[in-house]
Design a protein around this ligand. Structure first.
Ligand code: SAH
Length: 449
């Protein structure tokens, strides 16, 4: 048994699934952020967790040559970045190597291509979730969350945010002080403003602010809207979302518009898109364009195909490629995203794409039962990957090609193994660094029947 605050001197023996280093002390495991495999470190035990302990890096005794000094002074505490202590080219190599290592334990033989990185790997996020709190002196602060915690790391800027958005956040804090808007305290379940979710159209420079509040009554909303929009004309819409529940899920179900249309627009590969507060939109605009282009290159459409876009979100994948297909059907669970997808089709004068609101697995099962024909399927499920139900039905529809996009190559690998048994073979995995400084990576794979 280790004691809290005990210091340990050891070599990092493994990296866990969250990118933290693991050091051993007898039989006990301590997980430490911001360290590299093989580094000799001193760490302080901070907390017990399932299966071991969390520790904080105290000092590095023998550093890995890939280590750099993080540009942000808060990386030790802030849960936003896991890899700022690694030189950017090495981050890309490490992301690739983790996948190669995972593939070694599988029956797949995939060629993993180099991760396509960004020229400027900062300021790329187009969605920001900000928390508010009071510090010990009683001042209102804003910032991001500590890793797996309710505590806020006070930060007035973040290297991953567009500068314009950090300025909007600073104004929100100022208005909270002036208009006496109380930050929500999750522990005491008191206060009003839980989060601000900022969405930014990289192309249009439009900003959508969603205020997540603990109750509907917002006495000073008029003054808030007037002052925020006059100071930041780029704020095109403000939405109030009400979340009364004791939960770590950010958005509640009830929402109303305080200003503007409740959405902003952005442009992706020359097409316009409406983005509202709750619908999914890829976090990294420029890398998303590169990823989609790769997916289309792999699909090689001729204009005659019937294409299925599963887990389609607001329809971006379909609508950017519709000229190259005869007919496209998109399926998505989130009703608001489907509504946006339909608006987006009209906005771009697209007539050969339809969007259906349904669970993708249930939809696939029904399409298989009705012996529908699709020439190709493009699928982009959430982090947990797809389901056996979806994959079985997909294989029985017998599309020639499946292009599988994933923000978690590890669940994707699980699904690729399943599809292999169903007669679908993949040869290459292409990787895009959608999330520089984090330990995540996006992948795209073509499967052929
Ligand atoms: N292809 C889109 C969205 C990908 S994110 C894009 O590139 O922008 C994954 C999407 O899957 C989200 O929009 C999410 O709402 C949706 N989703 C999650 N579970 C689902 C399910 N069971 N059935 C259908 N869609 C689902």
């Amino acid at each position: 048994m280790l004691k809290i605050n005990q210091t340990i001197h050891s070599v990092v023996r493994a990296i866990d699934d969250h990118g933290s280093g693991v050091i051993f002390c007898g039989r006990d495991q301590v997980h430490v952020r911001q360290v590299l495999l093989g580094e000799e470190i001193e760490a302080r035990v901070t907390k017990t967790i399932k299966g071991g302990y969390l520790g904080e890096l105290v000092r590095i005794i023998k550093a890995d040559p890939r280590r750099v000094k993080p540009l942000c002074p808060l990386t030790k505490r802030c849960g936003g970045c896991q890899m700022q202590h690694v030189a950017y080219p090495s981050q890309l190599e490490m992301k690739k190597q983790r996948i190669i290592d995972a593939l070694k334990k599988t029956p797949l033989s995939l060629h993993v291509h180099d991760v396509q990185g960004m020229q400027d790997p900062y300021h790329y996020r187009n969605k920001m979730i900000i928390g508010f709190s009071r510090n010990n002196a009683g001042d209102i602060i804003s910032g991001l969350y500590e890793e797996s915690s309710h505590r806020i790391v006070s930060a007035s800027t973040c290297l991953l945010h567009p500068k314009e958005c950090d300025e909007v956040i600073a104004t929100i804090v100022d208005l909270m002080k002036r208009l006496r808007i109380e930050p929500y305290d999750a522990r005491r379940q008191r206060g009003f403003l839980r989060h601000a979710v900022i969405r930014y159209g990289v192309h249009t420079r439009q900003i959508l602010v969603t205020l997540v509040t603990s109750e509907r009554r917002f006495a000073v909303h008029k003054a808030f809207v007037q002052q925020l929009t006059s100071r930041h004309p780029a704020v095109k819409s403000i939405v109030q979302n009400i979340n009364r529940r004791d939960t770590s899920v950010v958005l509640g179900k009830q929402e109303h518009i305080l200003y503007g249309k409740g959405s902003i627009e952005d442009e992706l590969l020359g097409k316009r898109f409406i983005i509202s507060s709750s619908s999914f939109y890829q976090i990294n605009h420029d890398q998303c364009e590169r990823l989609y282009q790769k997916a289309y290159e792999l699909l090689q459409l001729s204009g005659k195909e019937r294409l299925l876009d599963a887990y389609c979100g607001i329809g971006t994948i379909s609508l950017c490629v519709h000229e190259q297909a005869k007919e496209i059907i998109g399926v998505e669970l989130n009703a608001k995203a489907v509504a946006d997808a339909r608006i987006n089709a009209r906005l771009n004068h697209v007539r050969n794409a339809r969007f259906i609101q349904q669970d993708a697995s249930a939809f696939m099962k029904q399409e298989a039962a009705h012996r529908q024909h699709y020439d190709a399927v493009i699928m982009d499920p959430p982090r947990e990957g797809s389901t056996p139900l979806f994959l079985d039905a997909c294989a029985s529809l017998k599309p020639e090609k499946i292009v599988y996009i994933s923000c978690d190559p590890f669940t994707q690998i699980r699904d690729l193994i399943y599809l292999k048994k169903k007669g679908y073979k993949a040869a290459d995995m292409y990787l895009y660094d959608m999330f520089p400084m984090s330990d995540h990576v996006e992948s795209v794979v073509l499967l052929r029947r």
